[in-house]
Every structure is written in structure tokens, then in C-alpha cells.
Design a binder for this molecule. Structure first.
Ligand SMILES: Nc1ncnc2c1ncn2[C@@H]1O[C@H](COP(=O)(O)OP(=O)(O)OP(=O)(O)O)[C@@H](O)[C@H]1O
Ligand SMILES: [Mg+2]
Length: 316
């Protein structure tokens, strides 16, 4: 979709996901299960975003923090293989961040994260020169990069906007359950955000509203040009100054439910940077997320693969 390769910077979490194949429901109490294998996959919202948008064709830089351990090597290798320029703070005292990701065959998952070295990432780890000549800054892994929560993220986004970049923010679910001060930390960033992404639960929590569309409208009034709501197997909706658009999800088997939101975000941003209108960008995002969802061996689809699926019907 892009006329020239867009230049994108992602700032946020570097995490290794330990992922099981989708499991049947687990009864309460003691349980002994077995799986053919547990995969150690690159994860973390910002890492997923960077790997996904690089695979689509963007020239991508990632800024994050890792430890000195085998999981750190897994991530370095993933950035290198996907052509992502990784600018990494290396913390010798903390392990690389890790998430246990139990996924269920009926959809959904339980994600348990130890943030590790992500705790040491600070604003000065983002080189100012990195923003020069870039088109877009994406910020995610908000809660896991705890020294960037609130004001530092707001300053970073403002710096990017002043240099003419568009920006996006996806804070994901607050592991502390959305206390007021944490909601305020998200809202403080909104005046400097072009595109705010969130699931229905997340936009409702940040906006303090019970209807996701009303929540998105309200959040837009706090700064962002557009608010994009992830709606799982129903697709996605964008609320923009010019109106609202919804696009249905593609029906695919569920193999890899972790990271769909990040891959969606990468594809949506990539499409918008290439000049796509709202319905086309949503459709491109839904198609990319569906390809991620159906095949954990190829989690980051190419531009050509996404376009192919986007040309097909969303009806099963
Ligand atoms: N069951 C599904 N079938 C088809 N597409 C799906 C399904 N679940 C998710 N998607 C796609 O992935 C996108 C993002 O997923 P979801 O709505 O679950 O966001 P999320 O809760 O933010 O996810 P994440 O935690 O991965 O960030 C959806 O907008 C849709 O395009
Ligand atoms: Mg999400």
C-alpha cells in the first residue's frame, strides 16, 4: 500500500512469550496437563508491532530493554531476522521480560508477565536523532515499561508530533485494574496521539464509559485524531473526526491468539501511512490479524499475503 517504504519507530516492551498450543478448558484445583511443545516466541506489544510492520515493508527501529540471558538472545535474533534496527538498553541485573501465555482452544488466553529488564527503559534511551526522518512513532507495552508511564510517554509523543511524525498509542490492559491515577497517566498522553488503539474493555476503562463507541467518541475529544477499537471476532471500528467506519473480521481457525492486536495495529498504521482510507485500513488490519491468528509458525504476514486475504470475502 505504501508508495515508498515508510519509516517507523516503536518504543516499548521486549518480552519472550512462552506459549502453549491452544488448550481445552482447565478445571479448577490441581491439574496435570501435557502439550507436544512450549514455544519461546518474541512477544511484548511493541516488539510484536515492530516485527509485524517490518514484515509488511516498513523501515523499522525498535527501542527497548533486555537482559543478558538466552531470552535476550531470542529477541535480538528476531529483530535481526525481520530487519528491525534494535536500539537496546542492556540491563545486566535483570532478566529479559517473560510472559507465560496459556491459550484456550475456544479462544482467549491467560497472560502472566514478569517485566524484568523492561523496568529499566527510560526516555533518554530514545535517541532524538531517531525521530528525524521518521514518519511514525508507535508506543505500546505501556505498563511494562514502567519508567515511561504517563509524562515521559507524553513528552516522547509530543516530541514526535513537533517533528511532523504521526503517532499511535495502545496501552493494552492495565494489570493493576485501572485505578484512577493510571487512567490519568493514559489520558495525559492523548493530546499528542494521532491514533489511539484499544480493545472494547480498554477504551471503556480509559474513557469511563460503558459503551465502546461512546467511549471512543469521548477519547477522541481528548486529543487523538482517531480512535480504533479492536472487536476480536467482530473485527474493528474506527471513530474519526470525519465519521465512523466498521470492518468485519476474517473467519480463520484459532492457532495463535496472542498478539493479534499488535499485528492489527501494525497493519492499520502501515496502510494509513500508505494513504489508505479508513475502511481499507481497517480491512487490511483485520486481514493481517487473521493471518497472525491462524498460523503461529508465520505470525508476521507479508504485504502481499495480507492484500490477498483482504481481497476475499469476510463471510465464512
Ligand atoms: N476470533 C477472531 N477471528 C478473526 N479475527 C480476530 C479474532 N480475534 C481477533 N481478531 C482480529 O484481531 C484484532 C485484534 O484482536 P482483539 O480484538 O482480540 O484485540 P486485543 O484484545 O487488543 O488483542 P491483544 O491482546 O492481542 O492486543 C481484531 O480487531 C480482529 O481483526
Ligand atoms: Mg490489545
Amino acid at each position: 500500500m505504501a508508495r515508498r517504504q515508510p519509516r517507523v519507530v516503536a518504543v516499548g516492551d521486549a518480552i519472550v512469550d512462552l506459549v502453549t498450543p491452544p488448550l481445552p478448558p482447565i478445571p479448577p484445583g490441581d491439574f496435570q496437563g501435557h502439550v507436544p511443545g512450549v514455544d519461546a516466541l518474541p512477544g511484548g506489544n511493541a516488539t510484536n508491532f515492530a516485527l509485524a510492520i517490518a514484515s509488511l515493508g516498513a523501515r523499522t527501529s525498535f527501542v527497548g530493554a533486555i537482559g543478558v540471558d538466552p531470552n535476550g538472545a531470542v529477541l535480538r535474533d528476531a529483530y535481526r531476522r525481520h530487519g528491525v534496527r534494535a536500539i537496546l538498553r542492556v540491563d545486566p541485573r535483570r532478566p529479559t521480560g517473560a510472559t507465560m501465555a496459556l491459550t484456550w482452544s475456544a479462544g482467549g488466553r491467560a497472560l502472566i508477565t514478569a517485566l524484568g529488564a523492561n523496568a529499566s527503559l527510560v526516555l533518554r534511551d530514545v535517541p532524538s536523532r531517531l525521530l528525524e526522518g521518521s514518519d511514525h512513532l508507535h508506543r505500546s507495552g505501556f505498563w511494562w515499561t514502567q519508567r515511561l508511564i504517563g509524562r515521559p510517554t507524553s513528552l516522547l509523543l509530543a516530541r514526535a508530533r513537533r517533528r511532523g511524525l504521526t503517532t499511535s498509542l495502545d496501552v493494552s490492559t492495565d494489570p493493576h485494574g485501572w485505578p484512577e491515577d493510571r487512567i490519568a497517566a493514559v489520558r495525559a498522553c492523548l493530546p499528542n496521539v494521532t491514533t489511539f488503539f484499544g480493545s472494547e474493555v480498554e477504551v471503556c476503562a480509559v474513557a469511563g464509559r460503558s459503551s465502546p463507541i461512546e467511549a471512543a467518541e469521548h477519547l477522541r475529544s481528548l486529543g487523538p485524531e482517531e480512535v480504533v477499537v479492536h472487536q476480536a471476532d467482530r473485527g474493528a471500528t474506527v471513530v474519526h473526526r470525519s465519521g465512523r467506519s466498521t470492518s468485519a473480521a476474517f473467519s480463520v481457525p484459532i492457532d495463535n491468539p496472542t498478539g493479534c492486536g499488535d499485528v492489527f495495529n501494525a497493519a492499520y498504521v502501515y496502510a494509513r501511512l500508505g494513504g489508505a482510507d479508513l475502511p481499507d485500513a481497517l480491512r487490511f488490519g483485520n486481514a493481517a490479524a487473521a493471518l497472525h491468528l491462524r498460523d503461529r509458525r508465520r505470525p508476521y504476514p507479508s504485504d502481499a499475503a495480507v492484500r490477498r486475504l483482504a481481497r476475499t470475502s469476510t463471510r465464512p
